[in-house]
Design a binder for this molecule. Structure first.
Ligand code: SF4
Ligand code: FES
Length: 259
């Protein structure tokens, strides 16, 4: 990861903000654009954007879209790291644009922004997420229980049992992990880290009765054994989920024949 660098001497222009006295910087973004109606191939386009160190890459994209070129296309919704819709490659690394502060990037150099890899490119920074969600749906990521709870009661669970899958409950389905996985890039059939993370969340839930069925699904040739433990997924996850560890736990459960 780049180190924090807002060095006024290193950037091309520094301006003083009239009202607050807070410095702004001219930052160059190089964005990989693609319009399927016009372009045969994606092309890189430069934009100079005036930003503050507290701005995020998402703010820069908004400025470009609202002030320079309204055709720039990207997804975002919550703008606060919750909805998972603005995963993109920023300086070659998968991140959420809304969680990437300008002050954490080296703005003495242009900042490169492109769509995540391994999924069909639709337009600019937008990819077709359907293959990603198809794998997610296949692992049946919801509670399946063979018995109803007692009338008027919740399905109780100990704190210790809940802790077993706590990490994987944090997934926001941003696809940063799956689209950083070299196996997924070369084999679009691989379930990918995010589907396995969401299977883990239910396989290890003491209230769920369908763990064996999910383990069977993931024991498939396109399942957990495709993982080559490169840790790209863990490094990419904006929620800090130990993705590689979760995949390893599912592998162990497959070998044991149950969670
Ligand atoms: S595991 Fe992390 S990187 Fe992967 S989809 Fe979930 S939140 Fe995104
Ligand atoms: S816009 Fe929702 S996570 Fe970034």
């Amino acid at each position: 990861m780049s180190t924090a660098l807002v060095d006024p001497d290193a950037v091309s222009e520094v301006e003083e903000h009239d009202d607050t006295g807070v410095q702004s910087f001219l930052v160059t973004f190089i964005i990989r654009r693609f319009d399927p109606e016009v372009d045969a191939e994606p092309r890189w386009v430069d934009y100079d954007v005036e930003l503050f160190s507290t701005d995020r890459v998402l703010d820069a994209l908004h400025k470009i879209k609202w002030e320079v070129d309204g055709s720039l296309t990207f997804r975002r919704s919550c703008a606060h790291g919750i909805c998972g819709s603005d995963a993109m490659r920023i300086n070659g690394r998968n991140r959420l644009a809304c969680k990437t502060l300008i002050k954490d990037l080296d703005i003495s150099q242009p900042i490169y922004v492109e769509a995540i890899k391994g999924l069909p490119l639709e337009k600019d920074l937008v990819v077709d997420m359907e293959p990603f969600f198809a794998s997610y749906r296949e692992v049946q990521p919801f509670l399946i229980s063979g018995s109803a709870p007692e009338p008027g009661k919740e399905r109780v669970q100990t704190i210790k049992d809940r802790a077993v899958f706590d990490d994987t409950t944090k997934c926001i389905l941003c696809a940063a992990c799956t689209s950083s996985c070299p196996v997924f890039w070369t084999d679009g059939q691989y379930f990918g880290p995010a589907a396995i993370v969401n299977a883990h969340r239910f396989i290890f839930d003491s209230r769920d009765d369908a763990g064996d069925m999910r383990l069977d699904i993931l024991n498939d040739k396109e399942g957990v054994w495709r993982c080559r433990t490169t840790f790209n997924c863990t490094e990419a996850c904006p929620r800090g989920i130990e993705v590689t560890k979760a995949i390893a736990e599912v592998k162990q459960a497959v070998l044991r024949g149950g969670a």
